[in-house]
Design a protein around this ligand. Structure first.
Ligand SMILES: O=P(O)(O)O[C@H]1O[C@H](CO)[C@@H](O)[C@H]1O
Length: 281
């Protein structure tokens, strides 16, 4: 499927025609983390299957609906479920909603994800503020900005050294302190791999050597496209499991454990994001 500017406009126009809400903040919820959308007031809900040109979610823990509403007085739009390349979607489909959000007038994108911990000082259940990313698929040619540049969204050559907004990171850290949850807050580097396989022992070790603190199968592509259209970005990675980095380990990564851990921390993460949203200008 080849998306053009008019496709993004058509989806944005359709949404505008169905709701008078004009969010400035968008939130993409990771695996098992869609509960945040339930906290919105004056909800207007669109199942993805009803939204023109929107992909569908196929992964357990990703509900598949777009929720507009107000969080602490701030108009928001929340994706209860995201798209991944391992589902068979291409890079433009995975990132399609981000450009739609930009056309709707969104200025800030908050992303959450479930991830495997690589940094041995991290524990399952820790929440990592993402300070930077390694877009592994992008480094070898699978970058969503490949192809003709759409100047109406952004420039051809995009700087990514400031991808995660330092003011928003500071705001998140301050809010975590106020919430008294610093003990399980971390700050580090997220690495995206394509999945759907979890890492082999040697792959896990290699990613750690590259400088990654956590690894997952999402987020980086959405962030590239968000930055291209000028959105400010804040990201949280919930460590749902530790990546197996010992050859004789009996531990095995699995999605059930991922979802189980999200259940353990979902309320804390929801509370943190809610308080941050309240303070976003
Ligand atoms: O990144 P999110 O969507 O949170 O989900 C993570 O959890 C799934 C694997 O358990 C993968 O989709 C991985 O990317």
């Amino acid at each position: 499927m080849k998306q053009c500017y008019e496709d993004y406009e058509a989806t944005a126009d359709w949404l505008r025609s169905k709701t008078a809400q004009r969010p400035k903040v968008a939130i993409i919820c990771g695996s098992g983390l869609g509960g945040l959308a339930e906290l919105l007031h004056n909800k207007v809900v669109f199942p993805y299957k009803d939204i023109p040109l929107f992909p569908q979610t196929t992964v357990e823990g990703h509900q598949g609906q777009l929720v507009f509403g107000t969080l602490e007085g701030q108009q928001c739009v929340c994706m209860q479920g995201r798209f991944h390349t391992y589902e068979g979607y291409d890079l433009k489909q995975v990132t399609y909603p981000v450009r739609v959000f930009s056309l709707l007038g969104v200025k800030t994108l908050i992303l959450t994800n479930a991830s495997g911990g690589l940094n041995s000082s991290y524990k399952v259940g820790d929440i990592m503020l993402i300070k930077d990313q390694i877009n592994l698929p992008g480094l070898v040619g699978n970058n969503p900005l490949c192809g003709p540049n759409e100047d109406r969204f952004g420039e051809r050559f995009l700087c990514m050294s400031d991808a995660y907004d330092s003011d928003l990171i500071a705001l998140a850290q301050q809010t975590a302190e106020e919430q008294g949850i610093e003990e399980f807050m971390q700050k580090g580097v997220y690495c995206m791999v394509s999945g759907p396989t979890y890492e082999s022992v040697t792959e896990g070790r290699a990613l750690r050597t590259l400088g990654a603190d956590t690894v997952g199968m999402s987020t980086a592509l959405e962030v590239v496209v968000a930055r291209h259209c000028g959105l400010r970005v804040l990201g949280f990675s919930l460590i749902t499991n530790m990546v197996v980095t010992e050859y004789d380990s009996k531990q095995r990564a699995n999605h059930a454990e991922v979802l189980e851990t999200t259940r353990m921390r979902t309320q804390v993460l929801e509370g943190l994001v809610t308080k941050i949203v309240a303070k976003i200008q």
